[in-house]
Design a protein. Structure first.
Length: 292
């Protein structure tokens, strides 16, 4: 099983045109579908998805700002807090609701009140974290098809005004699971090849092919070889070799072969480069199959 990871940042603006409609913030099914399994693998249902950050930055000039309370030196801390709470309670607000859809439609997870902390008709940008505990269910993870949404709730001051805006920004971590497809055929084309390799200069055994999926070959004599964009470095005692009867196999970008210098390039990525070779001692025939 493969468990690659990917991150995604997102941003959504709610404004007057949004009304009270639930607007999708993030769709994990869309993000998972965008991650293509490698050849020979298929996506499984064991996907893990997590919201890393989620916050709102908002401007609400359409409603009266929160008035600062009258605080006196002789006020106790409890009295000061009570006055602050009273100022917040009488100031108008806009409601921001968060939702999760796990397959049965939108379900409201939480709702908070956002207020104008600046002057009426001017406002001031404010900040509010939304993830914990407003959205996170405790596990921190969401299913492969879950969706997150938000809407404006009329809590007595209507929805958003003409100059109001709420910008929701965040990031998510997507961890899909890919399992081997027992019925997969990782290639659509195949060809046999047989190339005579001499001892005087390197010969191109195979052309570059970025779509190469698998490669199998053997040689009748000792050859020195290298994958590359040119024949540079292809010489006796300067690269890897296969002895007579040696075998090389390449699958989905990973190379391995039987030969006394095999450890030099085994498990390295060839990225679809051309294959060059030169024989040692006598002409050799390199033959095999290529799949793409």
């Amino acid at each position: 099983m493969l468990r690659p990871e990917a991150t995604k940042s997102f941003q959504l603006e709610l404004n007057q045109a949004s009304g009270a409609t639930i607007t999708e913030i993030i769709n994990f099914a869309t993000l998972n579908a965008a991650l293509t399994p490698p050849s020979g693998y298929v996506a499984s249902s064991c996907s893990a998805n997590r919201i890393i950050t989620l916050q709102a930055q908002y401007l609400l000039p359409s409603i009266t700002g929160v008035s600062p309370p009258n605080i006196y030196p002789e006020d106790s801390e409890a009295e000061k807090q009570a006055k602050y709470n009273e100022s917040l309670a009488i100031a108008p607000s806009k409601g921001l609701a968060l939702y999760v859809d796990s397959g049965g439609g939108w379900k409201q997870r939480s709702q908070i009140q956002l207020q104008n902390h600046g002057k009426t008709s001017v406002g001031a940008w404010s900040f509010r974290p939304l993830l914990n505990p407003l959205l996170d269910d405790g596990s921190g993870f969401y299913g492969a098809t879950d969706k997150i949404g938000a809407s404006i709730v009329n809590v007595g001051s209507g929805t958003l005004g003409a100059a109001d805006k709420i910008v929701i920004i965040g990031s998510a971590l997507i961890i899909p699971s890919f399992v081997q497809d027992a019925n997969a055929v990782p290639f659509t084309n195949a060809a046999n090849f047989s190339v005579s390799v001499g001892t005087s200069s390197p010969v191109q055994v195979l052309a570059a092919r970025t779509a190469r999926k698998e490669l199998r070959l053997t040689t009748t004599g000792k050859i020195w070889f290298r994958f590359g964009s040119s024949n540079a470095g292809v010489a006796v005692n300067q690269c890897a070799f296969l002895a007579a009867g040696g075998a090389l196999s390449y699958e989905n970008g990973r190379l391995s072969f039987e030969g006394e210098r095999g450890e030099l390039i085994a498990r390295s990525y060839t990225q679809g480069f051309a294959l060059w070779a030169i024989a040692e001692g006598a002409v050799a025939t390199v033959s095999g199959e290529e799949f793409w």
